[in-house]
Ligand binder design. Sequence first.
Ligand SMILES: Cc1ncc(C[n+]2csc(CCOP(=O)(O)OP(=O)(O)O)c2C)c(N)n1
Length: 628
Amino acid sequence: MDQKVGILEGINSPDDIRCLSIEELNILAGEIRQEMLEVVSRNGGHLAPSLGAVELTLAVHYVFDTPEDKIIWDVGHQAYAHKIITGRRDDFHTLRKMGGMSGFPKRGESVYDTFGVGHSSTSISAASGIAEARCLKGGHSKVIAIIGDGSMTAGMAFEGLNWSGERNKDLIVILNDNEMSISPNVGAMSSYLNRIMAGQQITKLRAKIRDFLKTVPGVGEHVIKFARQTEESLKAFIVPGMLFEELGFKYIGPLEGHRLDHLIKNLRNVKAMERPVLVHIITKKGKGYKFAEEEPSRFHGIGSFDIATGKTVAEDNSIPSYMKVFGRTMVQLARENPSIVAITAAMTDGTGLDQFSREIPERFYDVGIAEQHGVTFAAGLATEGFVPVVAIYSTFLQRAYDQVLHDVCLQNLPVVFALDRGGIVGDDGPTHHGLFDYSYLRTIPNIVVMAPKDENELQRMLRTAVECGGPASIRYPRGSGVGVPLDQAPESIEIGKAEIVREGKDVAVIAIGSTVYPSLEAAQRLANENIQVTVVNSRFVKPLDKALLSELASSFKKIITVEENVLMGGFGSAVLELFEEAGISGVTVKRLGIGDKFVEHATQAQLREKHGIDAEGIANAVRKIVEA
Ligand SMILES: Cc1ncc(C[n+]2csc(CCOP(=O)(O)OP(=O)(O)O)c2C)c(N)n1
């Protein structure tokens, strides 16, 4: 039997690694990487972050007494090795599949998953809470937060450091520094960490020069003395970790994050300390797989690919994604209008703003993983006459709710929110579905809330939004568009104007965004059964087209609303509220959307089917309401 496979096969819990030698651990690290490659190349997933954290994972489980000692992963996209060695190796092939293993740590999945994650920068706060609970209960377990340098750019991480440094409780923060967020990291903290690394290299170089000079009789001593004098002025520059020390953390590092002997030795020392400690380790994103090391951003989160070539399994690229259309339209509109600026929170490629960043760099801002800062920064720009377009995934804007409300909408500032990944996103699961934005945005005064039925309407809505003079949001789904022709010069849409896209006499289906085409398909299927359906593309969640909806209510006794959003407070609720306010009665309204439960991971198609918002689900709802 191949010896390599042999070690991993015997690992059913962290206990099984604690008896291995360093040499065996190194072999195990290679086997784990191979396992990850095989599964992620088939299922897709966060490969580069997980490849970079293999030795770190092994060292932490080796030194600490997990699960009594608690590891809290930040984001959790780097935790595949953790999953593999904590009793989930046999199920790892189900990663991100319907009913299979989650792509992120999840409390219900394992006792080793201390805290559920997906959104970044929560680890230090969660770890502080767990450490505090330990003290209240009189326990002695160790609490270890593992956070990347990208995630360290968020305000929440600083809030956690600030608070727990002063509490002075036994808490370990491991900073996994690979100089990358999804793209190269940004911000002063990132530069600071780079200086620490540079400082360490300078220190090593200086020691070498000093040793050499000592061997030069007569001259050497004078030069060393002079060097010592100048060194003082460089002190702040080369004393590593001053910032963390000032915040109350003992700073250890930087350590080489792929050297198991080095990591284990240092972590053992850290384990003996009973105070806040920050361990700074340096790793390489994508470590051990050539293509991921060369292109860490592409392999950050990737679909199926060929291991031998690193090439993504060919997708049908003939229809552009919503993301691409958004990115292109942004460049087009910004060329016409010099007041348009673009903002991303560490997702330049993931939002389609990469083209904008290259072609109009002076009006492009990557604020790091700092959605709250990004939104209020946009508000500031807007007060000075700019029209900021803030491109943030629907799920991540949740974090900046108060900034949207208090800083943008309350002041009625012209900030546009471009919410990609609206609706069901698929295999990333509940932490990433964008199922709440209609509800959380439509309750805020002043904002216009829209969702396009296709990629051409996205272009038109983007123009509408940047020209509307107040806050506006546009949400669109993950994945490719519908395949409609794209206007060369997209025109704006009258705000609050819906459109009838199909006429029929029996039932009216009022759809929004990604549910318009499935509604049309349902209507087509039903026509064969002699059920005639009117389909309305509402375009706006707010303001609704009051005239058209009132007219529908007088022509139809049966109305269905469809949305890829939670039903509570969503689009259908808005329609019901409008009917109530307009004194409309005698209409049966059935709302289709997502019930009051978090949606698990699976493909988008599987989940849309499960929740009855695909064409067949809509057709079934129509059949039911017709029969009732
Ligand atoms: C609040 C929030 N915003 C954005 C993201 C998307 N995201 C996932 S991982 C990541 C980069 C994290 O960088 P880092 O912490 O350095 O980890 P690395 O991937 O480099 O290992 C980003 C921006 C997120 N998960 N949460």
